[in-house]
Ligand binder design. Sequence first.
Ligand code: FAD
Length: 303
Amino acid sequence: MTGTIVFTGKNDYNKCMKIIDTIKSDRVTLSFEVFPPKTSDKFEDVLRAAGEIAALKPSYISVTYGAGGGRGRFTAELAQKIHLDSGVPVLAHLTCVSSTREDVASALCEYRERGLNNVLALRGDIPEDGKIEHDYRYASELVEEIRQSGDFCIGGACYPEGHIECEHKADDIAHLKTKVDAGCDFLTTQMFFDNNIFYNFLYRAKDAGIQVPIIPGIMPITTARQLSRAVAMSGTNVPERFRAIVDKFGPDPKAMRQAGIVYASEQIIDLVANGVRHIHVYSMNKPKVAKAILDNLSYIITL
Ligand code: FAD
């Protein structure tokens, strides 16, 4: 762990490759996601898991910000270490709903200083206690600010089934178009368990004039509890076929893990077969799950 660092924003060393350039390739590529620890005593464990995931040579690794309620205390440090240790490009998330403009300016300064030039710009979930700052209402405002503040490659989040707070899908897509126009280079979707929902979303996004790459996000579900949590948070539809799998194998941890990995692998195979060239996997600090998926796809995706 590093001690206190004063970030001046003047240092450009060790910048990593921009995500938009890594996903332009004609070959099929895959990226993984990790989340930072809440406390410093877990930092080394998370770094080790992230290092094992990086050793699989994904096209990039994304590092979440404050997921689970905490602030993004370790996002920048973890992202920088992954990049410096492995050379794998990183995408650092940043949320704004619980931040002031000064907080965001200082986070961006730190990202720049650490060579982190890829940012996934998010509003963030409204905390349960409802306590938010009032400088930002929507991610589009953050995107616009990052775009003005320098040479970042900017990603945004999108929701093939509509964001849980937005009543009408058409409004959600219109808001998404505003966000893209504010300066997103690419979008990553929330998890989905039915690929037809993603294909349908691609048509609707195109119809709305959204032209940036849209990367599908696939979540390997390895426990029944993980599925209930994911559905409660996102409202994602669980197709009957997958529900039957979780009902049958949920009580048996090893069988559920295997079935969840196979289900996610099948989703990826179908995406690739239908022309999708980049896939993001919510690997959740689980190198064995990430590796098992790659093993299932060894002739389909070569990293
Ligand atoms: P926005 O794009 O601002 O949308 C939020 C809501 O506001 C939507 O309902 C939208 O339709 C509506 N809206 C937008 N603009 C307008 C407007 N002009 N007028 C009216 N309504 C509008 N959370 C974390 O805390 N940390 C993370 O690291 C993280 N990573 C994520 C990664 C991905 C790929 C995804 C899909 C989500 C991630 N999240 C993360 C969750 C995300 O923060 C929540 O889903 C949050 O509720 C919405 O964030 P957003 O950036 O999509 O918000």
